[in-house]
Design a binder for this molecule. Structure first.
Ligand code: SF4
Length: 180
């Protein structure tokens, strides 16, 4: 099968810890079967800087915490046929959404990170993307086609979902354990 015929897959890392991407890689030898059928066209694992057109499947780790991520998510949605919300941060907001408990949690988070927890150069950098008032799970901002919950999600469930999609079948995620 040539690279042209392969399924174009992207992965994206928003506000998350990278644990979901580690789980993706934890598919062990099963990932070798996938590798024969997919071409990774955008990912923290590859060097492409611009999200490409005509992506077949995109898996997104992490919640949406700032305007830059919100804009990227909308661009990705417009360029992707099947979008998968990967892991509890993407599915529910999870850890990044803890700041939602406070009225101005974004401001408090910046102050905590850049003013309270540092001894030198206490200042909030201007280059930090503007934070959203609340951290959002993906489906509150764009249409999501499939959800793979878990913190991190199970490597075997990720493999099941991708294998089914690559075979042109609809993965049945109902009742599937978060932990494989
Ligand atoms: Fe990390 Fe868990 Fe969030 Fe995945 S769901 S990004 S493993 S905290």
């Amino acid at each position: 099968m040539s690279a042209k015929e392969k399924i174009r897959v992207a992965t994206l890392w928003l506000s998350g810890c990278s644990g979901c991407h580690m789980s993706f890689l934890d598919q062990d030898e099963l990932i070798l079967d996938l590798a024969k059928k997919i071409q990774v066209v955008y990912s923290p694992l590859v060097d492409t800087k611009t999200f490409p057109e005509n992506v077949d499947v995109t898996l997104i780790e992490g919640a949406v915490a700032n305007e830059e991520q919100q804009n990227l998510l909308k661009e990705v949605r417009a360029k992707t046929k099947i979008l998968i919300s990967l892991g509890d941060c993407a599915v529910t907001g999870n850890v990044p959404a803890l700041r939602n408990a406070w009225e101005d949690g974004g401001k408090l988070a910046l102050e905590r990170a850049y003013l309270e927890n540092t001894e030198v150069n206490k200042q909030i950098p201007r280059a930090v993307p503007a934070l959203l008032d609340k951290v959002r799970p993906l489906h509150e901002l764009v249409k999501v086609d499939y959800f793979i919950p878990g913190c991190p999600p199970s490597a075997s469930v990720i493999n099941y979902a991708l294998t089914e999609l690559l075979a042109g079948r609809t993965p049945n995620m109902e009742g599937r354990s978060k932990y494989g």
